[in-house]
Design a protein. Structure first.
Length: 403
C-alpha cells in the first residue's frame, strides 16, 4: 500500500516539476536532490553526514520545511526511524533568488554566473498549494495522526561551509548535467506545441508548468519587468502559430493588438488575466486560421478568402487563383476541409460579422457590406442560419445593447 501512495504522490509532485527522494542509507542516492548543485560545488561533500542529519531532525507526523544557504526551499517528513522523504527544490512564486553578497565575493565570476543560471532551473511553486498536498500525503501514511508543519531555518545539513570558506572556487554551467537546463526548454516547447494544437485547456496547463521555472530577474519585480515578460510571451506565441500556417496578416493583427494591451496595463494584478487571454486568443487563431495540413492550392484559396471577405468570392475566380478548374477546386476543397467552398465562405463571413457585432457599434448595414453582402435581408438570413438568431438579437445577447 505504501508503494502505491509513493507512486501516486510522485505523480502529484511532477505537476509542480518537483521530485521526491528517499532519505535512507546508503545516502549517495541523495546526490541529485538539489539538481546536482552540491555535487558540483563540493566534490568532498559528506553525504553520510548529510543523510544522517536529515533523519535525525525528522519527527513522526511532522512536515519539516527548510531553506538552504541560497534560499531554496525543501520539505521532508518521516516514513520510519530509518527512512524519510525529501521534496524539492523549489522557490516561491514571487521569490527573487540571489546570491548573498558575503558568498558572492568568495566566488569567481564563472561560478557566480553558473549559480544564477542554476536558479532558472529551480521551479516556482505555489507553496500553499504544495504544502497542502504534502500534508494530505503524509496523513494518508499515518491516518490516525494529525500532521503539522514545522519550519526549521539554517539547518547545518543545508549549509555549505566548504564553499563559503574557499575563495576562487571555479564552476561553470557546463559542469551541470544538460538535463538541468533542458527541463526548462522542454517545458517551453511542450507549452508552445500545445498552443499549436489550438487546445486552450492544454495550453493553459502547459504554460502553468513552464511558468514555474525562473525566467530571470528581468521578469520579476516591478510592472515594467512584468510587461517585458508579456512582450516575450507575445513573440513566442506569434512565432509558434506562424508555423501552423496562419497568414502573416492575422499574425500582425493579433500580436499588435496584444502589444497595445500590454503597454496599457496599469497594475501587476492585470498581468495574469492578460496572460490567459493571450493563450486563449492565440489558440482560437490556430483553430480558425491555421491551414498547414492543407495542400498548397487550398492554403492559397483559404488565405485569399480570409483576406477578402468584403469582395466577390466566386468558385471561378478562386479556381483561377489556384490554377485549377472550378470542378477540381470544389471537389478538393470538400475533400480536405469536410465542407463545401460556399459554406466555408458563408461561415467565415458570418463569424467576422459576429466579431464586429460584439466589439463595435457599427450598424447592421455597414457590417453586411464589410463581409461582401449588399442585401441586408440576405445577410440576416445567412447569419441566422449560422448562429440561430438575427444580428440584432446576437448583439443584444452578447453586449446587452438593444441597438
Amino acid at each position: 500500500m505504501q508503494i502505491d501512495f509513493m507512486t501516486t504522490f510522485q505523480k502529484c509532485l511532477a505537476l509542480f516539476n518537483l521530485s521526491l527522494l528517499r532519505i535512507e542509507s546508503p545516502f549517495q542516492k541523495l546526490e541529485n536532490f538539489d539538481l546536482g548543485l552540491r555535487l558540483k560545488l563540493d566534490p568532498q561533500f559528506d553525504w553520510d553526514s548529510f543523510g544522517n542529519q536529515l533523519l535525525k531532525i525528522q519527527t513522526p507526523a511532522v512536515v519539516i520545511l527548510t531553506e538552504d544557504f541560497l534560499g531554496i526551499h525543501y520539505a521532508s517528513f518521516s516514513l520510519s526511524d530509518e527512512s524519510a522523504v525529501l521534496i524539492g527544490p523549489w522557490q516561491g512564486e514571487h521569490q527573487l533568488l540571489s546570491l548573498p553578497p558575503s558568498l558572492e565575493e568568495k566566488l569567481d565570476s564563472g561560478t557566480v554566473t553558473a549559480i544564477k543560471a542554476y536558479f532558472q532551473a529551480v521551479p516556482r511553486v505555489n507553496e500553499q498549494m504544495l504544502i497542502g498536498n504534502i500534508i494530505a500525503f503524509a496523513e494518508s501514511l499515518s491516518p490516525d495522526r494529525s500532521v503539522r508543519v514545522e519550519k526549521m531555518i539554517d539547518l547545518p545539513a543545508f549549509s555549505l561551509p566548504h564553499l563559503q570558506q574557499k575563495k576562487n572556487h571555479s564552476l561553470s554551467i557546463e559542469d551541470f548535467p544538460s538535463s538541468l537546463v533542458q527541463q526548462r526548454y522542454n517545458a517551453e516547447n511542450a507549452f508552445l506545441d500545445a498552443v499549436a494544437t489550438g487546445s486552450i485547456k492544454q495550453s493553459i496547463q502547459a504554460y502553468q508548468q513552464f511558468s514555474r521555472f525562473d525566467l530571470g530577474e528581468r521578469f520579476l519585480g516591478n510592472l515594467r519587468s512584468e510587461k517585458n515578460g508579456l512582450i516575450i510571451l507575445n513573440t513566442l506565441l506569434r512565432k509558434r502559430i506562424e508555423q501552423t500556417g496562419v497568414h502573416p496578416h492575422y499574425l500582425d493583427a493579433i500580436s499588435t493588438r496584444f502589444s497595445f494591451k500590454i503597454e496599457d496595463l496599469s497594475s501587476k494584478e492585470q498581468v495574469s488575466p492578460l496572460q490567459t487571454e493571450m493563450l486563449r486568443e492565440y489558440c482560437i487563431y490556430v483553430k480558425k486560421y491555421a491551414n498547414q495540413s492543407y495542400s498548397a492550392t487550398i492554403q492559397t484559396v483559404i488565405d485569399h478568402i480570409h483576406l477578402n471577405l468584403n469582395k466577390p468570392l466566386t468558385l471561378k475566380n478562386l479556381a483561377e487563383l489556384g490554377f485549377v478548374s472550378p470542378s477540381y477546386l470544389s471537389n478538393l476543397f470538400k475533400q480536405e476541409t469536410g465542407i463545401t467552398l460556399t459554406n466555408y465562405i458563408h461561415t467565415q463571413r458570418m463569424q467576422y460579422a459576429a466579431y464586429e457585432l460584439r466589439t463595435t457599434k457599427k450598424n447592421i448595414t455597414s457590417i453586411s457590406a464589410e463581409v461582401g453582402i449588399s442585401d441586408v435581408n440576405y445577410f440576416t438570413k445567412l447569419f441566422k442560419k449560422v448562429f440561430g438568431c438575427t444580428p440584432t438579437q446576437y448583439r443584444h445577447l452578447q453586449t446587452g445593447s438593444k441597438s
